[in-house]
Design a binder for this molecule. Structure first.
Ligand code: GDP
Ligand code: IMO
Ligand code: MG
Length: 423
């Protein structure tokens, strides 16, 4: 399969988990390179549903090495829970198939508390974060005051560094009217998690280069989506990492010239969870999808905002990520729609955009320009090859791939592995 970066081409929750699980069959190694447990990647194995937050979605396949790279921020308490949860349902997780980078940064309770307090302070301008402490943890990394996994697993270093961080953060928390943290309690809890995780910890950069020397095929599992990228997203309504393809290099230590292909995952419509502009947001399609019990967040359970497919956004995503191939998911969500709209440009006053303007305020004021497609109004979930799909569904897929400026590679018509059509 060669080295493949898989990214979300929209605002997250595109179905990356499902597609990673499918593509892992042909890979040897799966690497998470950015984000933290703000992610929620859903994988179905038969009727069994797994939601992965930090552990790569390749873990459900046997004999695949799953790696958390240096670019991820790790909540160790959450990670231990996730590993234990997987083991409880019969998924094998050992140092043989799961490795954690020693230089990944650690998320502490003060990050989560600050995340929540900042949202309160922002009032109506809040981001709508997952409150997992992601922003403050990446903030500490950039400010060079963060603790890394190799600090977490060394009790002496953990005690020394954590005590200073708790002292500083307690001053801030108290000034915000929040409860200060007990160093003793946090240390005890985190030291225990650190010792649990110690056997999994390694120099993942060297490990990945050794794997490549042995001709391993690596799949890079993006988290979040292009428009949640700290640089290329709808700032400030974004997450705090580089979710786009470049992040796979910095977040893993695998250089750009070793990357062979970029797969962009996108839904056949658009969703977003949290605040910020969403040009094609539409109440009718939101109600339809929510009425079917779909589009509720895998991490926070919040109802996702839904809208028509936005090809201005996905074309922009192709540009920023260098997307070669497309995996289009949730086609079946449109099975009952009579007339399907697709956004092909944005209008802003007298100006028309064929790319996503950088200014979130301008984007929020944009009016989508739509073209219409006749719906197929037939269930697609039983289709197993492209020819099984109704002609109008095929035409729709081809049109949105063309508008996105990348090749149609996969069409997904249900959450299960077998509901995947290779085009
Ligand atoms: P991720 O964050 O990109 O991994 O996506 P999530 O797991 O948060 O959300 C995607 C949702 O869509 C999950 O509930 C998946 O099980 C589901 N899903 C993925 N592909 C399809 C599809 O083609 N059809 C349907 N009906 N559900 C899908
Ligand atoms: P996956 O990997 C969808 C959103 C939050 C919020 C913003 C910032 O499952 O696609 P954060 O907690 O990161 O500071 O929140 O980003 N967000 C996601 N939305 N899918 C995700 O991950 C997300 N991770 C963060 O809702 O708007
Ligand atoms: Mg998700």
């Amino acid at each position: 399969m060669a080295n493949t970066i898989l990214v979300g081409a929209q605002w997250g929750d595109e179905g990356k988990g499902k597609i990673i699980d499918v593509l892992t069959e042909q890979a040897d190694v799966v690497v998470r390179y950015a984000g933290g447990n703000n992610a929620g990647h859903t994988v179905f194995l038969g009727p069994k549903k797994y939601v992965l937050h930090l552990v790569p979605s390749g873990i459900l396949r046997k004999n695949k090495l799953c790696v958390i790279g240096n670019g991820v921020v790790v909540d160790p308490i959450g990670l231990v829970e996730e590993i234990e949860g997987l083991k409880k349902i019969g998924v094998k997780v050992s140092a043989k198939n799961f490795v954690l980078s020693e230089t990944a940064h650690v998320v502490f309770p003060y990050h989560r508390e600050l995340d929540a307090q900042r949202e309160v302070l922002k009032g109506k301008n809040k981001i709508g974060t997952t409150k997992r402490g992601i922003g403050p943890a990446y903030g500490d990394k950039a400010a060079r005051v963060g603790l890394r996994v190799n600090d977490l697993v060394d009790p002496i270093r953990l005690e020394e560094k954590l005590s200073v961080r708790i002292k500083e953060n307690n001053i801030v928390l108290k000034s915000l009217g929040a409860k200060p943290l007990s160093f003793k309690k946090v240390f005890a809890e985190y030291n225990q998690a650190g010792q649990y995780l110690k056997p999994f910890v390694a120099n993942t950069v060297v490990l990945l280069h050794n794997a490549m020397r042995e001709q391993a095929d690596i799949l890079f599992e993006g988290a979040q989506g292009t428009f949640l990228d700290i640089d290329h997203g709808t700032y400030p309504f974004v997450t705090s990492s580089n979710t786009t393809a470049g992040g796979a290099c910095t977040g893993s230590g695998v250089p750009p010239h070793r990357m062979d292909r970029v797969v962009g995952v996108m839904k056949a419509y658009t969703t977003r969870v949290g605040e910020g502009p969403l040009p094609t947001e539409n109440a009718e399609i939101s109600d339809l999808l929510h009425g079917m019990g779909r589009e509720f967040g895998a991490t926070t359970g919040r109802a996702r905002r839904c809208g028509w497919f936005d090809s201005v956004a996905t074309r922009h995503a192709t540009m920023v990520n260098g997307i070669d191939d497309l995996a289009i998911t949730n086609l079946d969500g449109l099975d009952t729609v009579e007339t399907i709209k697709v956004c092909v440009a944005y209008r802003h006053g007298k100006k028309q955009y064929d790319f996503v303007p950088n200014d979130a305020q301008v984007l929020a004021e944009c009016e989508p320009v739509y073209v219409e497609f006749e719906g197929w109004r037939t269930p697609t979930d039983k289709a197993r090859k492209f020819a099984d799909l109704p002609p109008k569904a095929r035409a729709y897929l081809k049109a949105i791939a063309e508008l996105t400026n990348a090749k149609l590679f996969i069409a997904s018509i249900g959450p299960a592995r077998e509901q995947t059509i290779f085009v």
